[in-house]
Design a protein around this ligand. Structure first.
Ligand code: C2E
Ligand code: MG
Ligand code: MG
Ligand code: MG
Length: 275
């Protein structure tokens, strides 16, 4: 009896795996096609100074609206693109479109920053920085206002290619930000080795900072650590005023989250900056 149950469970598990795999392949096929269409675009989520509540910049977030599937979240298609070796094409697309947009609207980078998410895999590509810098120079946009957000992974360890890319980007004036800091793989050594300019405190800690003592301690100390190292800290995922006030009190300078602003269409962001 037990064995039968087990086999049954296994068969349904196996079935699910096959269905998932087919679904992922389907997604990838559509994504590859849509890279040539207008189905990929981006939204901007403003970042604010927690004291003045003024907008100090924005984060570019990729969006995919497929004619068949509707909206697919980046949480789903980015990891898939990474696994399938499609991520570099996506990054090229984002960087090209964002730089072009910034060149058309100089006010975007006028005393404000624009943060772009890049995959750790991009950093492993020889020539990544050179390509980005060439594009930045072509569009004549200020590198000092451009922030590259990257989530740390273990592949960063002792990779000469990564350090070479980071060095080139720094020399050209770009800022480097470590995204989702504190969850998953984080290495304190990388704060030095990557010459980090900014830490984004993961929303997991931010969300619980008022209710969970350990999260509060970690938040407070990540802010202090970055401040003493001359690294700016950004709290992501601020969902209510109490959390915003708490983080401000802990001297976190920059905040981002649904309570402050939701991600919005590019044109709305431009109007917001003008108002
Ligand atoms: P991320 O870089 O950590 O971006 C922040 C995510 O948190 C965004 O989700 C944003 O919409 C969401 N968020 C912002 N405020 C709040 C809040 O108050 N509460 C909650 N619960 N969520 C909030 P999104 O747009 O779905 O993006 C998910 C992830 O996908 C990003 O996480 C980033 O890792 C990746 N991603 C997005 N765009 C790109 C891109 O152009 N390139 C790459 N490589 N990755 C991207
Ligand atoms: Mg990010
Ligand atoms: Mg991320
Ligand atoms: Mg993040």
């Amino acid at each position: 009896n037990h064995i039968r149950v087990d086999i049954g469970t296994w068969q349904s598990f196996d079935q699910t795996l096959k269905q998932n795999y087919a679904h992922q392949l389907h997604l990838l096929t559509l994504l590859t096609q849509d890279l040539k269409n207008d189905a990929l675009y981006f939204e901007i989520q403003p970042q604010v100074c927690l004291t003045s509540r003024k907008i100090i910049g924005g984060e570019v977030l990729l969006r995919w609206k497929n004619s068949q599937l509707g909206m697919v979240s980046p949480g789903e298609f980015i990891p898939l693109a990474e696994q399938a070796g499609l991520i570099c094409k996506l990054t090229d697309f984002v960087i090209f479109r964002v730089f072009k947009w910034a060149a058309q609207h100089p006010e975007l980078l006028l005393e404000r920053t624009l943060s772009i998410n890049i995959s750790a895999l991009d950093m492993l590509h020889e020539g990544f920085a050179t390509k980005v810098i060439a594009l930045q120079q072509y569009y004549q946009i200020p590198a000092s206002q451009l922030v590259m957000e990257v989530t740390e992974t273990s592949i960063f360890e002792n990779s000469h290619v990564v350090f070479d890319n980071v060095n080139r980007l720094h020399k050209a004036g770009f800022k480097l930000s470590i995204d989702d800091f504190g969850v998953g793989y984080s290495s304190m050594q990388n704060l030095i080795a990557l010459q980090t300019n900014e830490l984004k405190i993961d929303r997991f800690f931010v969300a619980q900072s008022l209710t969970d003592k350990s999260s509060a301690i970690l938040c407070r100390n990540m802010i202090q650590l970055s401040s003493e190292m001359n690294i700016s800290s950004v709290a992501e995922g601020i969902e209510n005023e109490e959390v915003a006030l708490q983080l401000e009190q802990w001297r976190c300078l920059i905040g981002q989250g649904y309570h402050l602003y939701r991600p919005m269409p590019c044109d709305d962001y431009l109007s917001l900056l003008r108002s």
